[in-house]
Ligand binder design. Structure first.
Ligand code: ZN
Length: 246
């Protein structure tokens, strides 16, 4: 009897061992399969990442918004781009004139800044071709043409003629020099202007591209889409528009 029990136990044990071995084998196969699968996913992910990196290197701005660079809000006036006697339809706001199409956003931006306790001062908006001619000629009489054009934009090349920009200062700090960047006003404006469609038009370090000195007071309307892209990527309007030239 005892011998029978031994035999039964031995059979049982061997059966269990068999099952165990088989299970272990299945586990191993499963693990190996998982490893191979994960490796496959990893390789696919890496390939995708490499592909993205290559595409990014080829065109780092391929995520640029789909805009029409010929739209009114992208009018480009700079030392190399004369807009002649371009005249927008104007509307007055706080003693300045602007292109009627940016009035609502300008009001909203100034209002939001004032709600933060900032003393927004709209110091200079639209300037006509005639006014610019007068200002330019006055400097020419004073210093000669070569010097004059480094101080005042030639008629047709000033962004103020587009009616799409505004010099914004603090009512209690109206200095138009680089120190304005230290005011809470500028800090708020540079952080939030894009939410209203405006950009810092003449940033520091981009003077060669804009042709204009750093001007922490000069804000330009380009619409929300372009504004957030330009501010996020530290671009100038010139660089942004160049992305659409091919
Ligand atoms: Zn200005």
């Amino acid at each position: 009897m005892r011998r029978l029990i031994y035999i039964a136990a031995a059979i049982l044990l061997s059966l269990m061992a068999g099952t165990g071995a088989e299970a272990a084998e299945n586990d191993l196969t499963g693990t190996a399969k998982n490893v191979v699968d994960s490796a496959g996913i990893l390789i696919a992910e890496q390939a995708e990442a490499v592909g993205e990196a290559v595409a990014e290197a080829a065109d780092p701005y391929r995520d640029r918004p789909e805009i029409d660079p010929d739209d009114w809000m992208y009018v480009l006036a700079n030392p190399w781009n004369d807009i002649g006697d371009y005249t927008p339809e104007l509307e007055s706001l706080e003693g300045q004139q602007f292109d009627v199409r940016i009035i609502d956003d300008m009001k909203a931006m100034a209002g939001a800044a004032r709600a933060e306790g900032l003393s927004v001062f709209l110091s200079s908006g639209y300037r006509s071709y005639a006014t610019q001619t007068y200002l330019f000629n006055r400097k020419v009489d004073e210093y000669g043409e070569a010097v004059a054009q480094t101080i005042v934009a030639r008629p047709g090349t000033s962004e103020h003629q587009t009616g799409l920009c505004c010099d914004i200062t603090d009512r209690y700090y109206e200095m138009k020099d680089s120190s304005l960047e230290n005011t809470q006003m500028y800090q708020w404006m540079s952080e939030h202007c894009d939410e209203y469609g405006f950009i810092v038009r003449f940033p520091k370090g981009k003077e060669d591209i804009t042709g204009i000195i750093y001007e922490p007071w000069h804000f330009r309307y380009v619409g929300r889409e372009a504004a957030s892209y330009i501010m996020e990527h530290d671009l100038t309007l010139e660089e942004f528009l160049e992305l659409y030239r091919n």
